[in-house]
Design a protein around this ligand. Structure first.
Ligand SMILES: NC(=O)c1ccc[n+]([C@@H]2O[C@H](COP(=O)([O-])OP(=O)(O)OC[C@H]3O[C@@H](n4cnc5c(N)ncnc54)[C@H](OP(=O)(O)O)[C@@H]3O)[C@@H](O)[C@H]2O)c1
Length: 163
């Protein structure tokens, strides 16, 4: 199963200059808790801007650059065909987390049956959006309120058969 995991503000903003627009310790803890010992997928931009490698997770990095190499992370692999990857894994029993950034969230959106989203309170300076996200597509299964955001685990109302 493919699961979108993202923090999004009230304008659907998610990023600024390749980084997160905020520092939310509890959101980072939730990300770690949810993704640890699972497979995760992210775009090259997001991977390259991470301050450190994510331990104990198999990381799949999506790029169009055939020369792109990952060094110093034995538990990471590179893919070039995102659509083929999403089609292959959309019905896996195992949880596979889609970790952004914007272009990856947008393309993976129809394939994700679940979304774990931190709805960050307020508006922020951003240059990147999760524009296709529509809360009406989702049922809320779990909700926890923190000072700066509301965390919701959601399932798609109508499972989509993407072909
Ligand atoms: N708020 C959050 O939870 C959260 C989480 C993750 C990331 N972010 C933010 O999102 C921003 C980065 O987003 P982004 O959209 O710029 O970059 P990205 O999605 O991280 O990475 C884009 C990379 O993936 C490649 N790519 C895209 N579609 C592809 C496909 N179909 N096949 C092969 N390669 C493909 C792109 O190639 P091209 O160059 O050709 O497009 C580019 O190299 C950052 O600011 C980051 O902090 C926020």
């Amino acid at each position: 199963m493919l699961i979108t995991i993202v923090a999004i503000d009230e304008n659907k903003g998610i990023g600024l200059k390749g980084k997160l627009p905020w520092h939310l310790k509890e959101d980072l803890q939730l990300f770690k808790q949810n993704t640890l010992h699972h497979n995760i997928l992210m775009g090259q931009t997001t991977y390259d801007h991470m301050p450190r490698k994510l331990k104990d997770r198999h990381t799949v990095v999506c790029t169009i650059d055939p020369e792109y190499k990952i060094e110093g992370d034995d538990d990471a692999e590179v893919i070039y065909d995102l659509k083929a990857f999403l089609e292959e894994h959309q019905y896996d029993e195992e949880e596979f987390f889609i970790c952004g950034g914007a272009s990856i969230y947008r393309q993976a959106y129809p394939y994700c049956q679940k979304a774990y989203i931190s709805f960050v309170k307020g508006e922020h300076e951003v240059d990147t959006y999760f524009d296709v996200f529509n809360i009406d597509d989702w049922n809320i299964d779990k909700e926890v309120e923190y000072d700066d955001f509301i965390y919701r685990e959601m399932s798609r109302k109508q499972p989509l058969m993407v072909k």
